[in-house]
Ligand binder design. Structure first.
Ligand code: GLC
Length: 655
């Protein structure tokens, strides 16, 4: 649908607002109504622009718009008082999530603490680590049996009964907030489980709900789409469409056969999802991780990812939710190439109008690539070629997540530093699956795609960084190096632009867990190898100085505390990679009005040196202090880095 400016001009905002006053908004205090009106006036242009793009050509556009605003007004009226206060606070402190103290932690409710009440009991542990942002993996009611780790939701308004009830979620959100921790949960907005009520009605033949999904009477259209569609799970879910016997239709299923893609060409779907978002926000959820957003719009002849309309959908959600719950943040899960990724943070006219946070998949991949190669040339080049992060946003900087690692190294970047993209990706797969001679990693191949040669990797941080291999060999030097790698990677995500995210158990060095093989619902998906159960016995050892666990945990805490003290790590500080004149040492500068920070990181198991003149050239003269250890360095010697050591250097201010 084309953008339709005349349509926007035709909308009478005063009339729309008066109409809203007839509903629950009309029963609110005048001050609350005024606040709503201010936001309504502020954000309506941002609401109308993407909606006109998506649905502007429909004769029923005005009715859909009214419906959406009704949802917004009802959610606002139903928003608990304490959350409305939080909104005001967030609006007055818009950089709250960009501040250096933000430390993320992610895990599964059951694997971390049994259930939601259990998570509440673990708040002291999270505080000890310094966490301020907790992402709990999918926790809404999933389909029974295999459910892709909860990413097949059958009811968005109920919590997974194994974890508790909605009341427990509210209580947990409140308890976390009192301790300064913001709760993030997944919202699977690209697809539902085939057991969701909408899907069941669609299967039963209800045309209204058939319009919620992409359904085809025969293979004609699916075959045309398939010509340009990639496969996400070529191993266990090949193809993108599944035949449904009962309704004799082919259904779009990008992921597993039980995950049905929603059809956002239908404005009713957008309205349903908006209602769910605001419902969750009103339970006290502060950040929604919007799952698989790249796939939300389909277009024939393309890979059906990153379509302009997918961005318009996010922008519409953004503007509409800002009216009712401006404190709510969006985190985009778009695991796409760097050039496709940036628009999820809002570019050009969409600046600050899409998602505030997005996974920095490239940085994650480049960290692993540098570690395997013992060279930082590709990482430096690739990062230097990424545009600046838009203002008002934050990357999610992570070492690994619950998903596999796919080697998203661009051919152009590889070629620019003398590598073949294809061969380098093959090398990384070999290295991290432990096949490459001498490799320290013990990962597993996930979804080998013979058509493209892609081999993704599963594994925990510790196993990929060498701790498992070192334990097998009972080799103390290797153990020491593995611990150093773990800490180096943590120092990197803490120093990078945005919110660092620690995966549950990585702070203790948990190894790959093969227990999933005993569960038939999990056994074919080796991503479960790096989603271990929290080992609370091992966690107990974190205070016993003689253990490896304590070494990893305490050093991670120290890194986190250093990050909290370092103002230059604010997400608004510029972040750029620099050449250090040593191909084994990565250099990163964070620069802001607070000053400048030089991060140096040795990606090898050998001592390295960075010449002092190079450090001077980068604008760091005089006495420097390493913020990681609060220790001063003299003003003249070359900088020495131990194996896998990171330095966070700031100039000591002259009095
Ligand atoms: C996201 C999730 C992944 C899941 C997929 C389908 O990519 O991170 O775990 O399989 O979406 O929901």
């Amino acid at each position: 649908m084309m953008n339709n400016p005349s349509l926007i001009d035709e909308i009478d905002l005063n009339n729309l607002f008066d109409h809203l006053l007839l509903g629950p908004l009309g029963r609110m205090e005048p001050l609350e109504q005024t606040l709503f009106r201010i936001r309504f006036d502020l954000y309506m242009p941002d609401v109308l622009r993407p909606l006109a793009k998506l649905y502007g050509g429909r004769p029923d556009f005005a009715a859909h718009l009214e419906n959406l605003l009704g949802i917004v007004a009802r959610a606002y009226a139903g928003r608990p008082e304490k959350l409305r206060r939080l909104d005001l606070r967030r609006v007055n402190e818009p950089d709250w999530f960009q501040q250096p103290g933000m430390i993320g932690y992610v895990g599964y409710v059951d694997r971390f603490a049994g259930n939601l009440a259990g998570v509440k009991d673990k708040i002291p542990y999270l505080k000890e680590l310094g966490v301020t942002y907790l992402h709990l993996m999918p926790l809404l009611k999933p389909r029974p049996g295999a459910n892709d780790g909860g990413y097949a939701v059958m009811d968005y308004r109920q919590v997974n009964p194994a974890y508790g009830a909605m009341e427990d979620l509210r209580e947990l959100a409140t308890a976390l907030r009192h301790e300064g921790i913001s709760l993030c949960i997944d919202l699977v907005c690209n697809h539902t489980a085939k057991e969701h009520e909408w899907a069941r009605k669609a299967v039963a033949g209800d045309p209204l709900y058939q319009g919620y999904y992409h359904m085809f009477p025969n293979r004609a259209m699916p075959d045309q789409y398939e010509m340009t569609l990639p496969e996400v799970f070529p191993d266990f879910a090949p193809g993108n469409f599944t035949f449904q016997d009962r309704c004799q239709r082919w259904v779009w299923t990008t992921f597993n056969e039980y995950q049905w893609d929603l059809n956002y060409t239908n404005p009713a779907v957008l309205a349903e999802m908006l209602d769910i978002m605001l419902f969750l926000a009103n339970q006290g959820v502060e950040i929604l991780r919007l799952d698989a957003v790249a796939f939300m719009w389909k277009r024939l002849g393309t890979d059906c990812q990153n379509q302009p309309e997918a961005h318009a959908i996010l922008q519409a959600f953004r503007a509409l939710t800002r009216i009712a719950a401006p404190g709510l943040l969006f985190k985009a899960e778009a695991i796409v190439s760097p050039d496709k990724l940036l628009p999820y943070l809002g570019l050009g006219t969409a600046t600050n109008k899409e998602c505030e946070i997005a996974y920095h998949n490239s940085f994650m991949v480049l960290l692993w690539s540098s570690l395997a190669e013992r060279r930082v040339v590709l990482m430096t080049h690739a990062l230097q070629n990424m545009p600046d992060t838009p203002v008002g946003c934050a990357w999610l900087a992570y070492i690994r997540c619950h998903d596999d690692i796919g080697w998203a190294v661009r051919d152009e970047d590889a070629a620019a530093v003398g590598l073949s993209g294809f061969l380098h990706r093959a090398f990384l797969s070999d290295f991290y699956s432990g096949r490459f001679p001498g490799a320290f990693a013990r990962g597993m191949t996930f979804q080998h795609n013979p058509k493209t040669g892609d081999r993704r990797i599963s594994g925990t941080l510790a196993s990929l960084a060498g701790l498992e291999a070192a334990a097998e060999q009972q080799n103390w030097r290797e153990t020491d190096l593995a611990v150093r790698r773990i800490l180096l990677l943590h120092a990197m995500i803490l120093a990078f632009d945005g919110i660092p995210m620690i995966y549950m158990g990585d702070e203790l060095g948990l190894l790959n867990d093969h227990g999933y093989l005993d569960d038939p619902n999990l056994a074919d998906d080796n991503r479960w190898t790096h989603r271990p159960f929290m080992d609370w016995c091992q966690a107990e050892q974190r205070h016993d100085w003689q253990t490896l666990t304590a070494r990893i945990f305490q050093a991670t805490c120290n890194l986190i505390q250093a990050a909290k003290r370092t103002l230059n790590l604010h997400a608004q500080a510029r972040c750029y990679a620099v050449w250090t004149h040593n191909e084994q040492v990565f250099g990163l500068i964070r620069a802001s009005a607070w000053g400048r920070l030089l991060v140096l990181a040795n990606f090898t198991e050998h001592d390295q040196t960075v010449p002092r003149y190079r450090v001077h050239d980068m604008g760091f003269a005089g006495e420097l202090v390493n913020r990681l250890e609060e220790q001063s360095l003299d003003s003249w010697s070359d900088l020495k880095l131990e194996p896998y050591q990171a330095l966070w250097l700031e100039q000591v201010p002259e009095d």
